[in-house]
Design a protein around this ligand. Structure first.
Ligand SMILES: [Zn+2]
Length: 250
């Protein structure tokens, strides 16, 4: 059993912001990526299927993929969800529980473009369309840089707040900026999440720690062809992968 997990952020053209540009996949590119992956034989699975397979309870189709989205930008409901619904694709979104209906304030401190996040109605609406809502802390601070005493509030408190917003208690968690440590992963495990997602590149199997699931980050410069190569090489050693992706450029 091998599972690749894609990590998207905004489905929007953010090319006006030098830093955020790579984290916004324009809608037409998002649709083209999904089309190309399906055409290349990739199968999109839902979270239940992925969790059961990771627990060794079921097999997955060859080339299995789980779609995930960090931050819960408003464009998930307006743009991405319809594109996914047309193709019957499920997914998971990780919401910043202290910014429900807010903005990417964690970026704004660095004078980045302001992007709207889904409010509680929007989160419930994407959930109703098969995009399960997971947690991405309360404040989106890098967990490796905050006092240990605040970890529990960020990780457990985020689940409480999502529940208070009328959502099911989240089953999954994603580390802001992909920053984790063994101690942080233990807090996520003890908090009762079923699985936690990093942005370490790799391929998940039955042997992968459920609280250190690897993902393949999707960027604005990923042509459909480059994304296919990223997925195929996700389990390779980083230097080999870099060579392949450099050759694939353009
Ligand atoms: Zn994030």
């Amino acid at each position: 059993m091998r599972l690749r997990i894609l990590a998207y952020h905004a489905i929007a053209d953010l090319s006006d912001d030098r830093v955020l540009a790579e984290y916004g996949v324009p809608p037409h590119l998002f649709a083209a990526q999904l089309e190309a992956l399906a055409a290349a034989g990739w199968s999109f699975v839902d979270l239940d299927t992925a969790l059961a397979a990771l627990a060794g309870e079921r097999e997955l189709p060859r080339r299995a993929l789980l779609l995930t989205f960090d931050d819960a930008y408003a464009d998930l409901l307006d743009v991405a969800a319809p594109i996914m619904a047309d193709r019957g694709l499920p997914g998971v979104v990780f919401a910043v529980a202290g910014q429900i209906g807010g903005t990417n304030e964690w970026d704004n401190k660095k004078r980045r473009m302001t992007i709207d996040l889904l409010d509680a109605d929007g989160l419930r609406a994407v959930a109703a369309q098969g995009i399960e809502v997971g947690s991405h802390t309360i404040s989106h601070r890098p967990l490796t840089e905050i006092p240990e005493a605040e970890l529990e509030e960020e990780i457990v408190g985020a689940a409480d707040r999502l529940e208070q917003a009328g959502l099911p208690r989240p089953r999954t968690f994603s580390y802001p900026y992909g920053e984790w440590s063994p101690a942080i992963a233990e807090v996520a495990r003890a908090a009762g999440y079923r699985a936690s997602f990093t942005i370490d590149c790799g391929v998940a199997t039955e042997r992968t720690d459920l609280h250190l699931l690897p993902r393949v980050e999707v960027q604005a410069s990923d042509t459909p062809r480059k994304l296919r190569l990223k997925l195929l090489s996700a389990g390779w050693p980083a230097p080999l992968r870099d060579v392949l992706l450099r050759l694939a450029r353009g």
